[in-house]
Write a protein that binds this ligand. Structure first.
Ligand code: M6R
Length: 627
């Protein structure tokens, strides 16, 4: 939610970077975080110059072409996902205060903005927008004015410290002041911010993609920290002015990884990166004998052996990963595993204790609902293990341990490659626990790992036949509703298929457990209703396959058009399907890695056929950093 960039450079550092170019490039890369409006502010000749426009970044670029801003070496920029106040020019950031000398941008929600606003109104401050951010800007200006005797260099930093002591909620704030060329002051609480270290220049970003074109040296900031950047210095304190430190790390991907690479959209590119995402997530996790090694888990083996319950917390697509994980972990490790949406978990007084392992799954590592659930679980004594794709993000930092997925940056708002990488990591975790707790013999684990290692090539086989799915999507572009059915691990796959379609094509789509059909949802079936059915392997146990084939017949008998995702060689389904898409054979538990892919391609192609922007669907943002 909201992308933030800041830049300061020295004129003689040899780079010849201009603040506006750096900031706009950063906003281009961060636009996936929100696209309700965009704005920039730069310092030049002792003045703040700013421009902001509702809508996508392209609107701001047009505005800047017509009304250019002066050259500068100090600038900030913002791309917004609206919370307080609609997506208008006036509500766009930056917000100005101190007679137009101070510019501020914000990501998050200031919860006590109403009372602060009243206080500032009583002092004669006037407001132009409906935002909580403008209140924060006015408060910062007020604190700045209160300390007129302070040395200019530290005055804005001290004002930021004091303002932050009064603000409640979640916020990343970046400010510049006309008195202070070459200085950007920033603060963070419950909202992301990283520093990029340059040579004679420094950067700030909501995440590293905000400055990846210029440096891969990043500093992770802690909770409740203030950072002041100048071209040659990065000074970190807490909200009370006490010195603090951040953790420096090297970003292991470069700007090219955040480009479309010839694909029409990031989503298509990311769908095609899935074989690599699975492969990289498996890489280096076995020793020479094929045993799993998870050195990065900072939870002791004895604690992991004593775990008597696992609770997976996550939101959206990541929560469907949790459901796949539940089937795998319970089957392999015999540990009771619950899956709960993070926002429900925290508010229902969950029973967790020292023997509970909470697994927090998050692509971004910044989802506020999951972060709050992590904190709650730890307060109850549970150990928290994060499965995360974003190095340096808050959820892994606040967890006891982390298992990183290596999907690379996921830019499209709809998650695809992160989903498969998270499922892979969940399997690795399940097998590791089975190994540690003696639930499975080494040779049994090796067989599953071998199957897992074979999945990237099988995903590639599915991708090689994408045209089949694209043609189907084009032929269905006018459908108004699509249902998805699955059993066992096919159930979360069905829900993921429905979520992708809702997010991208804005049509009614629902995923059901196929067994639930007769308990209500079958009433939805009417003549011509398209129904996708994820069919389990006929080679599997428990007559699961036969049950799903019966479900197909039940919906067909009521007029449904069935599109079946089945395993190669499953001839039994042909008779009951308008269309069959075959996926390579794999054990039932691993099938989500294959069965999801045609559903992703279908949603992407259908939305494209309808003329929608698949990378930036309406009303959404990549990372949900407000509750
Ligand atoms: O970054 P996270 O994995 O914590 O995000 C969770 C959800 O917001 C996310 O999966 C969302 O549902 C995606 N838009 C799905 O495509």
């Amino acid at each position: 939610m909201c992308g933030i960039v800041g830049y300061v450079g020295r004129a003689d550092n040899g780079h010849q970077h201009k603040a506006l170019d750096v900031v706009l490039e950063g906003l281009r890369r961060l636009e996936y975080r929100g696209y309700d409006s965009a704005g920039v502010a730069v310092l030049a000749d002792g003045e703040v110059f700013s421009a902001k426009k509702a809508g996508k970044l392209s609107n701001l670029l047009n505005e800047l072409e017509e009304n250019p801003l002066p050259e500068s070496l100090t600038g900030i920029g913002h791309t917004r996902w609206a919370t307080h106040g609609g997506p208008t020019d006036l509500n766009a950031h930056p917000h100005l205060a101190d007679g137009g000398k101070l510019a501020l941008i914000h990501n998050g929600i200031i919860e006590n903005f109403a009372e602060l606003k009243e206080e500032l109104l009583a002092k004669g401050v006037t407001f132009l927008s409906e935002t909580d951010t403008e209140v924060a800007a006015a408060l910062l200006a007020d604190e700045y004015q209160a300390d007129a005797d302070l040395e200019p260099k530290i005055r804005l930093t001290v004002a930021m410290q004091r303002a932050c002591q009064r603000l409640e909620g979640a916020f990343t704030l970046l400010a510049i002041h006309a008195d202070l060329p070459g200085v950007v002051v920033a603060a963070r609480r419950n909202s992301p911010l990283v520093v990029g270290l340059g040579d004679g220049e420094n950067f700030l970003g909501s995440d590293v993609s905000g400055f990846i074109d210029y440096t891969r040296r990043a500093v992770e900031l802690g909770q409740d920290q203030i950072v002041t950047i100048t071209p040659d210095e990065v000074v970190i304190t807490d909200f009370f002015g006490l010195p603090a430190t951040g953790k420096e790390y090297h970003v292991d991907w470069d700007a090219a990884a955040a480009e479309k690479d010839g694909y029409p959209s990031f989503m298509e590119k990311e769908i095609h990166e899935q074989p690599r995402a699975i492969r990289d997530t498996l890489l280096g996790r076995t020793d020479a004998n094929g045993a799993l090694i998870l050195d990065e888990l900072r939870i002791s083996e004895s604690i992991l052996r004593s775990v008597d319950k696992i609770v997976v917390i996550a939101c959206g697509t990541s929560a469907y990963v949790g459901q796949v994980a539940k089937y795998a972990i319970e089957h392999w490790c015999r540990i009771p595993t619950e899956v709960e949406l993070s926002h429900e978990f925290r508010y229902r007084d969950p029973i967790v204790n020292e023997k509970t392992l909470v697994v927090a799954i998050s692509q971004s590592g910044e989802t506020m609902d999951t972060l709050m659930a992590v904190r709650h679980a730890r307060e109850q004594g549970a150990k928290v293990l994060a499965i995360c794709n974003t190095n340096g993000s808050t959820i892994p930092r606040e967890s006891d341990a982390v298992l990183y997925t290596h999907a690379g940056p996921e830019i499209a708002v709809a998650s695809t490659k992160a989903f498969l990488a998270q499922i892979t990591a969940a399997y690795v975790l399940g097998l590791y626990l089975a190994q540690l707790r003696g639930n499975k013999f080494a040779d049994e684990i090796r067989v599953i790992l071998d199957e897992l290692s074979a999945t990237p090539a099988k995903v590639q086989e599915v991708l090689d036949r994408e045209q089949e799915v694209k043609d189907l999507a084009a032929s269905m572009k006018d459908v108004e509703s699509v249902l998805f059915l699955g059993r066992h691990v096919g159930f979360p796959v069905a829900m993921e298929g429905a979520l992708k379609l809702k997010e991208l094509a804005y049509i009614h789509a629902e995923g059901f457990a196929a067994g639930e059909l007769k308990h209500g949802p079958i009433a939805l079936i009417d003549e011509g209703q398209p129904v996708f059915v994820v069919v389990p392997s006929p080679r599997g146990r428990d007559s699961l396959h036969a049950k799903v084939v019966s479900n197909i017949q039940e919906v067909r008998a009521r007029g449904a058009k069935t599109i079946v995702i089945a395993e190669e060689g499953d001839e039994a389904v042909r008779a009951y399907a308008e269309h069959v898409f075959y996926i390579p054979q794999t054990p039932t538990l691993l099938a989500p890695l294959l069965a999801t892919v045609p559903l992703q391609i279908f949603a992407c192609a259908l939305a494209t056929a309808k003329g929608f922007d698949v990378d930036q669907p309406r009303n959404l943002a990549k990372s949900v950093t407000v509750e």
